[in-house]
Design a protein around this ligand. Structure first.
Ligand SMILES: N[C@@H](CCC(=O)N[C@@H](CS)C(=O)NCC(=O)O)C(=O)O
Length: 203
């Protein structure tokens, strides 16, 4: 049995989505941060960093959301990982870019706009984040010109991992109206059964 630790509405969300795309059966264990369950002895045995997501599959455990998604795809739906060395390289490139570059200003803005009460928000952090985000969205917009998906001509982990981060724009109310290719790509992805099942988990 596969167990995923975390909530679909956190950074674990990309792993819940990947499990839905892979069509595997799994159980969910939410972690109570207020009760410091993530620092409990039992959970630290699963992820010594005391963070979610973490996934246990039988007697195997793994943490770090991108690595978890690679594992799920490799074990249960390998086509999500790419079928050639070049596809796998590019899928890895976009997936790493999504967390190492795109996600950084997104999370800066998210923390301020979602977690920090309005009177205490740091306008400078928000302004800097909103300056950086369009530069990276333009890169994505250009890449998607004339393409249905980021790598190959089908949905892969690159689309899942990158669109998961682009989805933060909805939470921070970053206007995507001018990004035609990104919007069409997001609609294409949102129509997938796996994406719909994942969205339902977040409702
Ligand atoms: N790079 C990690 C980030 C994991 C992470 O920061 N998770 C947060 C929840 S979204 C967490 O568990 N925070 C608890 C803590 O830092 O104490 C991943 O993508 O898996």
């Amino acid at each position: 049995m596969i167990t995923i630790y975390g909530s679909p509405k956190s950074s674990a969300g990309r792993c819940f989505w990947c499990l839905e795309e892979a069509g595997v059966t799994y159980e969910t264990k939410s972690i109570d941060f207020r009760a410091s369950e993530h620092k409990s002895e039992a959970f630290l045995k699963i992820n010594r960093n005391g963070k979610v997501p973490a996934l246990v599959d039988g007697d195997f455990s793994i943490w770090e959301s991108l690595a978890i998604n690679n594992y799920i795809a490799d074990a249960y739906k390998p086509e999500l990982l790419g079928t050639t060395a070049q596809e796998r390289g590019l899928i890895s490139q976009w997936s790493i870019w999504s967390v190492a570059d795109l996600q950084v200003p997104m999370i800066d803005a998210f923390i301020q706009l979602v977690f920090v009460p309005e009177p205490h928000r740091n306008a400078d952090i928000i302004a800097k984040a909103f300056e950086k985000i369009p530069v990276m969205l333009s890169t994505l917009e250009e890449e998607l010109e004339g393409k249905e998906f980021l790598v190959a001509d089908r949905f892969t982990l690159a689309d899942l991992n990158v669109s998961f981060v682009v989805g933060i724009c909805d939470d921070i109310k970053f206007d995507l109206a001018e990004y035609k290719n990104i919007n069409e790509w997001r609609s294409r992805i949102a129509n997938r059964d796996g994406a719909k099942r994942y969205k339902a988990l977040c409702a």
